[in-house]
Design a binder for this molecule. Structure first.
Ligand SMILES: Cc1cc2nc3c(=O)[nH]c(=O)nc-3n(C[C@H](O)[C@H](O)[C@H](O)COP(=O)(O)OP(=O)(O)OC[C@H]3O[C@@H](n4cnc5c(N)ncnc54)[C@H](O)[C@@H]3O)c2cc1C
Length: 380
């Protein structure tokens, strides 16, 4: 059984690790990614706000040594889901079972003026470059804004505004600064009223201006003005944006995507092509685009593939559950649990914020690096 896993992010690493753990050298997995290594989304914020070094948060794929797994660093150029065949810069790969875990591509250029007049903090390069920008910012009007939907990790812009408040305060320039947060939702985390209430209170206490139900459509770089989707304008000195997200072009060209993303059976993650599964940000499964959901879906797919290899039938079904650690700044982290079940309204709860969840968040990262890369790691 030849298994091809496309993309070594949260989803691809989890599927691969589980199958290797169960079958060892009895399985033939090729894991493909164009990147040199993996970076957690939350590590982007850690580097941006000077809490971690860029060199400590990159996890090189060259370190993956797993029985039955071959990692190939190359760019995927085409996917034929009917033939389960993939063309790459390193040649052609054929599979019996195919897992597409290629995530969402980010397009800063798709928002007019963003590259010329602002910064984005969602790509690795963009977030890492902001470290020096924030360290030297003399104070002024800052906008943290989402430029389109859907976008990964819906809590990240709120966390960014709160961490920015701390950084500007510690640098002694908060008094001469304003922070505005522009978000497309009515509340910061819609499935969790408790988390939304806590965030709105934290914004009010810190003087962060909350602008709900809005998107920034473009920037006028020469006037340093953000143009909102409703036609209004907001002047800024520093703009931190969440860029446009799209499924990778190779996915769209493959015929797997419908309306931009890959539709899957919400309980099995199977696509409409037999033997082809998709997990994580590249799907339209109905959960937010976040690593914990990609990982939960990967567990279901690993069980399904394992059952096929054993000539059995998997009874594991996706439960739509996810948990994330929410940074409030000032060394306070909350735990937010949410459930998105197909056909039902999402529900969620929050515990904290407290200092106790700081250690839990570190454990969350180090346990994944241990499982995926087989080595110790601490984000701090
Ligand atoms: C600032 C920020 C903070 C975040 N914080 C959190 C958090 O605290 N918790 C959480 O759960 N999530 C968080 N996220 C979201 C999380 O990073 C993503 O949702 C998650 O990585 C999605 O996993 P995935 O496996 O679907 O895709 P990804 O992890 O994006 O992996 C996709 C992989 O496919 C590869 N790829 C794409 N196209 C090709 C191609 N043509 N050829 C070869 N390889 C290709 C990419 O290089 C990439 O490695 C955060 C995101 C950001 C930006």
């Amino acid at each position: 059984m030849r298994i091809l896993v496309l993309g070594a992010g949260f989803g691809g690493l989890e599927v691969t690790s589980r199958l290797s753990e169960e079958f060892g050298d009895d399985v033939d997995i090729v894991l493909i990614d164009k990147a040199e290594g993996f970076v957690f989304g939350f590590s982007k914020l850690d580097v941006m706000f000077g809490k971690a070094l860029a060199t400590n948060v990159r996890h090189s794929y060259a370190d993956i040594v797993k029985p039955g797994v071959r990692f190939v660093q190359t760019t995927i150029r085409s996917i034929d889901p009917a033939a389960k065949r993939v063309e790459t810069d390193a040649g052609t790969f054929d599979a019996d079972l195919l897992v597409v875990a290629l995530g969402a591509d980010l397009h800063p250029n798709a928002t007019p003026g963003l590259v010329e007049g602002g910064h984005e903090f969602y790509t690795v390069a963009g977030a890492f470059a902001l470290r020096d920008v924030l360290a030297e910012f003399p104070g002024g009007r800052v906008i943290v804004a989402v430029c389109s939907t859907p976008f990964k990790c819906p809590p990240a812009p709120s966390e960014t505004a709160l961490l920015l408040h701390d950084l500007l305060t510690s640098r002694g320039v908060r008094d001469k600064s304003s922070i505005a947060l522009v978000m497309p939702m009515g509340v910061p985390i819609p499935p969790s009223p408790a988390a939304s209430r806590a965030l709105l209170t934290a914004f009010a206490e810190r003087g962060i201006d909350w602008h709900p139900d809005q998107l920034v459509a473009s920037l006028d770089a020469s006037r340093k003005v953000a143009l909102l989707a409703d036609g209004s304008e907001m002047p800024y000195d520093l703009f931190l944006g969440v860029p446009v997200h799209r499924a990778p072009d190779v996915v769209v060209a493959s015929g797997l995507a419908v309306d931009g993303w890959i539709p899957v059976d919400p309980s099995t993650l199977q696509t409409s092509f037999p033997g082809v599964y998709a997990v994580g940000d590249v799907t339209s499964v109905g959960t937010p685009k976040a690593g914990v959901f990609a990982e939960g879906q990967a567990i279901v797919v690993a069980d399904a593939l394992s059952a096929i290899i054993r000539n059995d039938v998997s009874s594991t079904r996706y439960d739509g559950r996810g948990m994330c650690y929410l940074e409030f700044g000032d060394n306070q982290v909350a735990r937010v649990d949410v459930t998105f079940l197909s056909g039902q309204a999402p529900v969620g709860d929050m515990d904290g914020p407290s200092i106790d969840y700081v250690a839990d968040k570190v454990d969350f990262g180090s346990s994944r690096i241990q499982r995926w890369f087989g080595r110790e790691w601490s984000s701090t």
